[in-house]
Design a protein around this ligand. Structure first.
Ligand code: TPP
Ligand code: MG
Length: 893
């Protein structure tokens, strides 16, 4: 450590305690000076051990002094042309501002953000010019997770790079008008050749980036991709760090030694409403959290202008003042200006006032912060890239709204979209944008000619890094799905053996894992729920991925199905984190584009803890054009017995129905599951459709029948007749889904045998799909009144059928009710609205009125209302069937 450390302070020289302390400090200084930094560290370590042995309560210190982690003397010189880079950055700043400004003039209220990018511009530009590698030929490019609200700056750079045209910028936030349009934020769903990662829902970018870096190592360790030096960069807001998803998985990154992961936290000290930590210091808070989680932390607080002041300060008071200033105060300095800063910051100690006596107020205002100083940023990035065996976070101090004049650092700056004419003019002059004042007021774009030094330089720098990173690649390698014959075993039924759809699904998945071509691409994911779903044999078969292998002998090693962890393990056993599992699912479900490896993730979870818990991550997955299968196990409010209110899921199908790219299925039988999986792989990976699946599977055992002839189309489209009425023509219809189909079948028998009512039974595998089809037909018919009407599939399937339809499900009544526009008065929905209970299936189904008796009773009651059955007999039947007609309504009980 040749570092210059502050000399002994002059303050309180007569304090005997301080005197003693300084003798020790000086002795330590001497050791470091004479024997080096390592020896200093050893000495400290020995002393603190000794102290602990002696019972001294040595505080755990997670914070370092409030200065840059990299000392000035360890910095390397900046390798780029600072002047040109500043010009380029200014042009990008202008075009980003102009884009938002212009659009809000044209279309008031259309929105956009200028202050996030203005704070992060230098951090991004140093990356673009010197660090972000693009993919080319066999070279693997870096992945960049941009702060969503910084998108205007990213578009503006793409414009100068030639990736986007002026027309694109003109149409920012006008995706539905003139083409091409630009989406507000990073949305791969809508700009699939540009954005890779959706980040704008706070917290999702960070957690997804972390699991992305982990998944990269998984692919390497499984030899699905070669080892690369590719990095995952994530730019995170300091306000965003309050989201549990941001900070919740930090230890995974250090545990897995993810040295391919770099986070840059844009510490502009502000969020949307105001300061992130007005009364504290967000940088210190984050430093302690990341350090505690085992990350390499680089504080990038002060720019070069401060180095000289720190150097000149012999009292240690400047550092003290830096440490005691809370973020809210710091923000005030920026808003109120140099004179105020002199008085309030430096003025607290006369020595500090003297330190800046030669500086004007304007000088004080422009003392640059670390996150705006390319030299400091370059050094931080260099360190981060070179760091081995763990993730790095850079905590960069910036100013929100940097350069936006009166909007700079103000609480309201996040919402700023338009600057006054005067602010625009001063922006243009401050950043030397060569356009006339009128053009500035109109927010005209400015791009220098292609042969200008700026554009030439920019292109050259990107060329050296392999090209543009503002690109999402089309998948080159997909595969042919296994044919349905591969699943023959499940088509034939279980020959009387009681099996659940979960067991059938897991055995299918194990079979798929053995497939010669596709097997290696399957990624099974579970959040500590493998045993619940009977996956012990899968653990043995493909092993749990563990980057370090298995460093211990598992206690059950002598058993056939022992707990096997392996470096090339295929299964991702994520521990109890549905969010983390979903982030892995996202990395695996988008690998077809990001790595050109079309992995097929199967994420199996407790259905209650899927959409309900991680719905927003699933939405982002859809945005990212992810492919794969979500399997909701322990499905159904009455099928999962014993577990009660918090576990019993009767609504995940409602929640999944809202995600446009998600196909939801609620199968009853093993062959239905097989048909859905086979077709899903075919549609997603062979036909390349940007969709994914949610399938509910249950834990109730019953014999699985063989697949009836001709049912394939109905299974996939959502409905088919499973069992016609036993005694001739049906006068009514029964619909069943999932395990409740068995109740419908039992009701069919009751109705026929006890009441001489004939009913057909239908398996409804997907109300959601039937509704979408119905809506599509309805729309077409509405828009084409002169043409022959199209008929929704559900009506086609039901053609010629008679009587009411009683539709029973283990999910809420709104699931079958989705078909009300087409089935109208015929439809009676029975479902599980209300809170679950700790009970067995028999009682639960009676309580929710979805057991066979309730279904039969509902049928008779409805026939009576239709005048097809005697009402008094129906009332008596309800009693005979054990339906308690006077019990409280379960939906509000
Ligand atoms: C989950 C979620 N909640 C709320 C928002 C709305 N929102 C957008 S930006 C923002 C503030 C972001 O502050 P910070 O992370 O500090 O980023 P900065 O703009 O300051 O760089 C908020 C609350 C959001 N996008 N996502
Ligand atoms: Mg912020």
């Amino acid at each position: 450590m040749s570092t210059k450390v502050n000399a002994r302070p002059a303050a309180a020289p007569t304090d005997p305690d301080l005197e003693e302390i300084w003798e020790w400090v000086e002795a330590f200084d001497q050791v470091v000076a004479e024997e080096g930094a390592n020896q200093g560290a050893r000495l400290l370590d020995a002393i603190s051990r000794r102290a602990r042995q002696a019972g001294v309560d040595v505080p755990v210190q997670l914070n370092t002094p409030y200065v840059n982690t990299i000392p000035v003397q360890d910095e390397v010189p900046y390798p780029g042309d600072r002047k040109l880079e500043r010009r380029i950055k200014s042009l990008i700043r202008w075009n980003a501002l102009a884009m938002v400004q212009r659009q809000n003039k044209k279309d008031p209220g259309i929105g956009g953000h200028i202050s996030t990018y203005s704070s992060i511009a230098s951090l991004l530009e140093v990356g673009f010019n010197h660090f972000f590698h693009a993919s080319y030929e066999n070279e693997a490019g870096d992945f960049i997770y941009f702060q969503g609200h910084a998108s205007p700056g990213v578009y503006a750079r793409a414009f100068l790079e030639g990736r986007l045209t002026e027309q694109d910028l003109e149409n920012f936030r006008h995706e539905l008008r003139d083409k091409p349009g630009l989406s507000s934020y990073p949305h791969p769903r809508l700009m699939r050749h540009f954005w890779r990662f959706p980040t704008v829902s706070m917290g999702l970018g960070p957690i997804n980036s972390l699991y992305q870096a982990r998944f990269m190592k998984y692919l390497e360790n499984r030899n699905l991709i070669p080892k690369t030096s590719r990095k995952v960069w994530a730019f995170v807001g300091d306000g965003e760090s309050d989201e549990p998803e941001t900070m919740g998985s930090l230890t995974l990154a250090s545990r897995e030694k993810l040295d391919n992961l770099i986070w840059v936290v844009n510490c502009n000290l502000q969020r949307l409403d105001g300061p992130v930590r007005g009364n504290g210091k967000i940088i210190n808070e984050l430093e302690a959290a990341f350090r505690g989680a085992g990350w390499n932390v680089i504080k990038l607080i002060w720019g070069g202008d401060w180095d000289a002041l720190l150097e000149r300060d012999k009292t240690g008071l400047l550092l003290r003042r830096m440490e005691e200033t809370v973020d809210g105060e710091w923000q005030s300095f920026k808003v109120r200006g140099g004179a105020y800063m002199r008085q309030e910051f430096f003025g607290k100690y006369p020595e500090l006032l003297e330190l800046v006596a030669d500086k004007s107020d304007a000088d004080l205002m422009s003392l640059r912060l670390g996150g705006h100083d390319p030299q400091k940023i370059f050094n931080a990035y260099k360190r981060a890239v070179e760091h081995k065996d763990g993730p790095t976070v850079i905590l960069a101090h910036t100013i929100k709204g940097y350069g936006l004049g009166s909007a700079e650092a103000r609480n309201a700056t996040h919402q700023e979209k338009k600057l006054s004419d005067q602010s625009l003019a001063s922006f243009v002059s401050r950043f030397e944008i060569p356009i006339p004042e009128k053009a500035a007021h109109d927010g005209e774009f400015y791009k220098p000619p292609d042969d200008s030094p700026e554009i030439q330089y920019m292109k050259q720098m990107r060329l050296e890094l392999g090209g543009t990173v503002l690109e999402r690649q089309r998948a080159k390698h997909m595969f042919t799905a296994p044919k349905i014959e591969y699943f023959q075993e499940w088509m034939e039924g279980s020959k009387g053996r009681g099996v659940s759809t979960t067991m059938a699904y897991v055995s299918m998945l194990r079979h798929l894992l053995k497939h010669e071509e596709v097997g290696k691409l399957i990624v099974p994911i579970v959040p500590d729920e493998g045993r619940t779903f009977g996956m012990e044999s899968m653990i043995r078969q493909v092993g749990i991925y563990a980057s370090q292998g298995q460093l211990y002998k598992p206690h059950d090693v002598d058993m056939l199905l022992y707990y096997r962890e392996a470096k090339d393990g295929q299964m991702l056993e994520e521990g109890i984190t549905e969010a983390g599992s979903m982030a892995s699912f996202t990395a695996a479900g988008t690998a077809y584009s990001n790595y050109q490896v079309p992995t097929v993730p199967f994420f199996t979870f407790y259905s209650m803890f899927g959409f309900q818990r991680v719905g927003d991550l699933i939405w982002a997955f859809a945005d990212a054009r992810g492919k794969g299968f979500l399997f909701g196990g322990t499905a159904g409010r009455t099928t999962l017995m014993g577990e009660g209110l918090q576990h019993q899921d009767g609504h995940s199908i409602v929640l999944s129905s809202v995600v446009p790219a998600c196909l939801t299925y609620d199968p009853a039988f093993a062959y239905e599951v097989a048909v859905i999986i086979q077709d899903g792989i075919h549609r997603m990976y062979e036909e390349r459709q940007p969709i994914f699946y949610y399938v509910t599977v249950y834990n109730e055992d019953y014999p699985m029948p063989a697949m009836p002839e001709g049912s394939r189309e109905g299974i996939l489209r959502g409905i088919y007749k499973y069992k016609p009425a036993p005694g001739g023509k049906a006068t009514m219809q029964l619909f069943g889904s999932g395990t409740i189909l068995n109740e419908a079948l039992r009701a069919q028998t009751i109705l026929a045998e006890k009441y001489n009512v004939q009913a057909d039974v239908w398996s409804v595998t997907s109300y959601n799909q039937l509704r979408r089809d119905g809506l599509a037909c309805e729309r077409w018919n509405r828009l084409h009144p002169t043409e022959k009407e199209k008929k929704p599939y559900v009506l086609e399937a039901l053609a010629g059928t008679k009587g009411p339809i009683v539709a029973a499900t283990d999910y809420m009544k709104i699931v079958p009710d989705q078909l009300a526009p087409w089935l109208g008065e015929r439809l009676v929905a029975l479902g599980t609205d209300g809170f679950g209970r700790s009970e067995n299936r028999e009682h639960l189904r009676r309580f929710f009125e979805v057991n066979a008796e309730s279904i039969a009773g509902a049928a008779l009651s409805r026939l009576a209302r239709d005048g097809k059955f005697d009402a008094a007999k129906a009332q008596k039947a309800l009693k005979d069937l054990g339906v308690d007609t006077e019990k409280p309504d379960p939906q509000s009980a």
